[in-house]
Design a protein around this ligand. Structure first.
Ligand code: NDP
Length: 385
């Protein structure tokens, strides 16, 4: 494998930082071409000085001068603003783009990267939730692979290696169940952000950690899987597996069930996405099966955690419904994290939004952006003080 030049869109986040650990581990095979952040300019500067990329982008324009001055003694190009994110992913020298931005903000840069024929290591699941049909169509037209980074989708991708023509009976996405597995609605009423951010198995960014606690994360992943693997939604099941070592499973028509296992360590799927189809040796902690004598599987409690069914409903309706759901979820999670909304208010806000906003069955890309803006603006003005 020749050395790949990686653009990390969202390098200051949980996935972005772990991606840099992977790159540092395999300097002969991987190097950093582009780094981007939203507001964390200090960390972006630190990363840039360490990894010496060709260019960096700080989305928050007010921090441009600070980043520019800090990197003035280097050759690193500095840009600012959301539009710069869309331009930078098209840079000729990039070999692969890791989309590690959180939320709807990842959609435009991903579209631009695919149009520029850049292979995508896809972590930003909201991109496929909102624009799955468009993104998969674009990737086929441009003959560009979208390689999943999410551990569940990476697991399925790995299970499908060598199975090109074998039809899938179903896939089973595993869910940890989050910090509130087994709790009743009454017990969830006064949950604090601190409690919800305390995930039992994974250390992740705040938004995906709350999504994990509400089971919305699994709902987003069901939609992500539909588009990544071109599956009827009825063929995608979810199972709660609190040990989080079986990352997901594929059942084939002969009844054989393949699972991919490993520790809860995002560096593995990130690395696999960068180096696919090669597997590189690492010194990351290794999975020891004897530490897990009891693996358990149970049905998700969709009564207490309604977000999973809301996501099934959204993708069954199609059109702009997943966009409405996603935007409402992003604002509801933000409001919960700020202490302006209770934990049980999150699914209520999403369900209300899904019945209230104008449904467009044949939505185009403009409809996605307009719907997102309308839901986001209105709910922000109501929920965010
Ligand atoms: P984080 O919140 O930790 O990081 C998000 C990154 O995106 C940061 O670099 C942040 O910059 C940047 N960012 C946020 N908003 C914007 C914006 N409007 N414009 C430009 N950049 C922005 O998220 P995670 O790393 O946890 O998650 C990233 C994505 O990966 C999500 O879609 C998540 O669902 C998915 N994912 C995450 C997993 C994990 O283990 N963390 C596992 C599987 C999937 P700044 O730091 O400056 O704010």
């Amino acid at each position: 494998m020749t050395q790949k030049k990686v653009a990390i869109i969202g390098s200051t986040g949980s996935i972005g930082r772990q991606a840099l650990e992977v790159i540092e581990h395999h300097k002969e095979k991987l190097c950093v071409e582009v780094l981007t952040a939203n507001k964390q300019s200090d960390l972006l500067i630190e990363q840039a000085l360490k990894f010496d990329p060709n260019a960096v982008v700080i989305a928050d324009k007010s921090q441009y001068q600070k980043v520019k001055e800090a990197l003035s003694s280097t050759d690193i190009k500095v840009f600012a603003g959301q539009e710069a994110l869309e331009d930078i992913v098209q840079m000729e020298t990039i070999d692969i783009v890791l989309t590690a931005i959180v939320g709807f903000a990842g959609l435009k840069p991903t579209i631009k990267a695919i149009e520029a024929k850049k292979p995508i290591a896809l972590s930003n699941k909201e991109t496929l939730v909102v624009g799955g049909e468009l993104i998969t169509k674009l990737s086929i037209e441009n003959n560009i692979p979208i390689i999943p980074v999410d551990s569940e989708h990476s697991a399925i991708f790995q299970c499908l290696a060598g199975e090109f023509y074998n039809p899938i009976e179903k896939i089973i996405l595993t869910a940890s169940g989050g910090p509130f597995l087994g709790k009743t609605k009454d017990q969830l009423r006064n949950i604090t952000p601190k409690e919800a951010l305390n995930h039992p198995n994974w250390v992740m960014g705040n938004k995906v950690t709350i999504d994990s606690a509400t089971l919305m994360n699994k709902g987003l992943e069901v939609i992500e899987a539909k588009w990544l693997f071109d599956l009827d939604i009825k063929k995608i099941e979810t199972v709660v597996h609190p040990q989080s070592v079986v990352h997901s499973m594929v059942e084939f028509e002969d009844g054989s069930l393949k699972a991919q296992m490993g520790l809860a360590d995002m560096r593995l799927p990130i690395q696999y996405a960068f180096t696919y189809p090669e597997r590189l040796k690492t010194n990351f902690p290794k999975f020891n099966i004897f530490n897990y004598p009891n693996l358990t599987f149970q049905k998700p409690d969709t009564e207490t955690f309604p977000c999973l069914n809301l996501a099934y409903h959204a993708i069954e309706k199609g059109g702009n419904m997943p966009t409405i759901m996603n935007a409402a979820n992003e604002i509801a999670v933000e409001a919960f994290l700020k202490g302006d909304l209770g934990f049980l208010g999150i699914p209520e806000i999403i369900a209300n939004a899904m019945s209230k906003y104008n449904f467009i069955a044949k939505a185009n890309v403009n409809d996605f952006f307009e719907t997102d803006k309308e839901v986001r603006d209105e709910l922000s003005s109501i929920l965010l003080k």
